[in-house]
Design a protein around this ligand. Structure first.
Ligand code: IPE
Ligand code: IPE
Ligand code: MG
Length: 248
C-alpha cells in the first residue's frame, strides 16, 4: 500500500485522538497463542500510533489500556497486563525523552498495585517538562465513575454553599473530570470491528468523529492510523450547524 502521509492535510490534524485498543485476545486465538501474548504483541502497535502522532503533530493521544471493568478478567491475565505496563514504561522512557513526549494518566489509578504506581509516578515526573505530544493512558478507567465523581464533588460544593446549582455549567463540570486539562477528542478510533464505546470518555466524545477499524489491535499499523486521519479529514464537522452556514 502506498504511503498515506503525503495525502494528509497538515493544517487539519486532529488535536486530540483517542483509541480503544481492542482485539489482542482474538489476535492471539487466531494465531494459536495465549491471550497474554496477544497483549505483548499489542505494544508494537502502541509504538506505531505514538510515532505517527509525533510525526503528524497531534497534541493529545489518549489510549484506553485498561478499563475498570477489565478487573473482572482472570487474575493471571490482569497480572500479565499490569506487568506489561511496568515493563513497557521502563523500556520506553528514553523514547519519551527523545521525542519530547509527556506521559499522563486518567482513571482510578489508585486501584493499581504499588509497582505500577512507582513506575507511573517516575515516568510522569521525568517527562513533566516535555511539551510535545501528551500521551494519556487510561488505566482502571471508567467514564461513568469519572462522571459520578464529578457530580459528587459538585454536590458537596453546593451542600457547603461554595457554589449554587446555577453555577454548574458545562465547563465547571468538565473541570472536575480527569480530563480537565485536555481538549475533547476530535477523533475516536476503535479497532477489532466492535462498534461500541465500552465506558470510555462518554462526556468528552459528545462531538468526536468515530472511526471503526476491522483490524485487531496487534495488526494496527502507522499506515492504518494515517488512514483514519485521512478519513477524519474528509468529514464535515457541523456541530449542529448546516453545511451552508459552515461555508460562510
Ligand atoms: C484489548 O484486547 C486489550 C484490553 C482490553 C486490555 P482484548 O484483550 O479485549 O482482546 P479481545 O477483545 O478479547 O480480542
Ligand atoms: C475496552 O475493551 C477496554 C480497553 C480497550 C482497555 P474491552 O475488550 O474490555 O471491551 P468490551 O468488554 O468488549 O466492551
Ligand atoms: Mg476486547
Amino acid at each position: 500500500m502506498k504511503n498515506q502521509t503525503s495525502n494528509i492535510n497538515k493544517d487539519r490534524i486532529p488535536k486530540h485522538v483517542a483509541i480503544i485498543m481492542d482485539g489482542n485476545g482474538r489476535w492471539a486465538k487466531k494465531n494459536g497463542l495465549l491471550r497474554t501474548i496477544g497483549h505483548s504483541n499489542g505494544v508494537k502497535s502502541v509504538r506505531e500510533v505514538v510515532e505517527a502522532s509525533v510525526e503528524l503533530g497531534v497534541s493529545f493521544l489518549t489510549l484506553y489500556a485498561f478499563s475498570n471493568e477489565n478487573w473482572k478478567r482472570p487474575k493471571t491475565e490482569v497480572n500479565a497486563l499490569l506487568e506489561l505496563l511496568v515493563k513497557s514504561l521502563n523500556k520506553e522512557l528514553p523514547t519519551f525523552q527523545e521525542n519530547n513526549i509527556q506521559l499522563q494518566t486518567i482513571g482510578e489509578t489508585q486501584n493499581l498495585p504499588k509497582r505500577c504506581h512507582k513506575i507511573l509516578r517516575e515516568t510522569i515526573e521525568k517527562t513533566a517538562n516535555n511539551d510535545g505530544l501528551k500521551l494519556v493512558l487510561a488505566l482502571s478507567y471508567s467514564s461513568k465513575l469519572e462522571i459520578l465523581n464529578s457530580v459528587k464533588t459538585l454536590a458537596q460544593k453546593v451542600a457547603e454553599k461554595i457554589i449554587s446549582p446555577e453555577d454548574i455549567t458545562e465547563s465547571v463540570f468538565s473541570n472536575e473530570l480527569y480530563t480537565a486539562e485536555h481538549p475533547d477528542p476530535d477523533l475516536l478510533i476503535r479497532t477489532s470491528g466492535e462498534h461500541r464505546i465500552s465506558n470510555f470518555l462518554l462526556w468528552q466524545i459528545a462531538y468526536a468523529e468515530l472511526y471503526f477499524s476491522p483490524k485487531l489491535w496487534p495488526d494496527f499499523t502507522k499506515e492504518d492510523f494515517f488512514e483514519a486521519i485521512l478519513d477524519y479529514q474528509n468529514r464535515e464537522r457541523r456541530f449542529g450547524k448546516t453545511a451552508e452556514q459552515l461555508k460562510n
